[in-house]
Design a protein around this ligand. Structure first.
Ligand code: NAD
Length: 309
């Protein structure tokens, strides 16, 4: 049985799979659609991250495909309906990168609230902007607003609460009676309440028709003066131009973005040069540890799915 891996995967997990199956591991396949199509003609399984577009056209060239492993959790690059019609199992790495994302959110929030960490070049050059940078805020005592209260939202809340934050959240798919709100000591709110009450807003929703542009200009306008926004979910959940305006005008005190409507972020984006803005290249969920966990979980589950047929 043949497995094609089109994006980076931990070497030990690839070796485990190669000991049991015929594996073609080629990280360049994600950028070479024709080569990927050729490789898939006799493939039983495909393993991807978030960049390989697993659409109907790709599935059509892979008549034997039975399993798609996803080295991560967002499924917006996979046509899940088309996979279901074909009886293809889609296997995400649920939970395996949550710690990495949650730590990214809390670390970003601390850096952004304190505002002092951009001073390295100034201090090294002999300047001493002490007065200007003595106005930062502490994380403890702030309200953390979690939009999307699944695996990553919950863990982020837990880390924030451990540091003295108060957690509130909105997730329409979790009714007020769901015990998780009480178990996680998190007040269930409407989306508008979270937006209006939180000092730090962190997005943990999947990209769907309902969440596309969820954080638009009108919602940004109702955020607290001086609030911080952290987006590790998907770029299209936030209106980037509206966010840039709110940062430049000082309505928001800072933002951290790990994901963008278009990745890589095109040159000339309105985000370039905004004050107190952290930009990272979609790595919130990727650490040495999470890469090992994600890769070994997906390798085990893909092997089990192929073996069990
Ligand atoms: P999850 O499925 O456990 O949780 C998502 C939650 O969002 C669910 O509880 C769902 O009910 C809720 N939700 C759906 N629509 C909503 C809406 N309109 N308003 C509020 N809540 C809504 O997923 P997760 O593991 O917590 O991951 C969340 C997202 O984070 C993923 O879909 C992925 O896009 C993103 N992600 C990014 C990285 C990264 O490296 N930047 C890594 C992992 C995950």
């Amino acid at each position: 049985m043949r497995i094609v891996i089109s994006e980076f995967m931990d070497d030990a997990a690839v070796a485990d799979l190669a000991a049991q199956f015929d594996v073609r591991y080629d990280k360049s396949l994600v950028d070479e659609r024709d080569a990927l199509c050729n490789a898939l003609r006799d493939a039983d399984a495909l393993i991807v991250r978030n960049r390989t577009q697993v659409d109907r056209a790709l599935l059509a060239v892979a008549p034997n495909l039975r399993v798609v492993g996803r080295l991560g959790v967002g499924l917006d690059n996979i046509d899940s309906a088309a996979c279901a019609e074909r009886g293809i199992d889609v296997i995400p790495a649920t939970g395996a990168n949550a710690q990495a994302v949650a730590e990214y959110v809390i670390a970003s929030a601390m850096l952004l609230l304190r505002t002092a960490y951009h001073a390295t070049a100034d201090v090294a050059a002999g300047h001493w902007p002490r007065a200007a940078l003595s106005n930062g805020r502490e994380l403890a005592g702030t309200t953390l607003g979690l939009i999307g209260f699944g695996g990553i939202g919950r863990l982020t809340g837990r880390l924030g609460r451990a540091l003295g934050m108060r957690a509130i959240g909105s997730d329409p798919q979790l009714p007020p009676s769901a015990s998780v709100w009480r178990d996680e000591d998190t007040r269930r709110c409407t989306l508008d309440e979270v937006i209006g009450d939180a000092d730090v807003i962190s997005l943990h929703v999947p990209l769907t028709l309902q969440t596309r542009n969820l954080i638009d200009a009108s919602r940004i306008a109702t955020m607290k003066q001086g609030a911080i926004l952290v987006n590790t979910s998907r770029g299209r959940v936030v209106d980037e131009a509206a966010l840039a305006t709110a940062l430049r005008e000082g309505h928001l005190a800072g933002a951290a973005l790990d994901v963008f409507a278009q990745e890589p972020l095109p040159a000339g984006s309105p985000l370039a040069g905004c004050p107190n803005l952290l930009l990272t290249p979609h790595i919130a969920g990727v650490t040495r540890e999470s890469n090992r966990r994600v890769s070994s979980l997906v390798a085990q589950k893909v092997a089990a799915a192929l073996g069990s047929d």
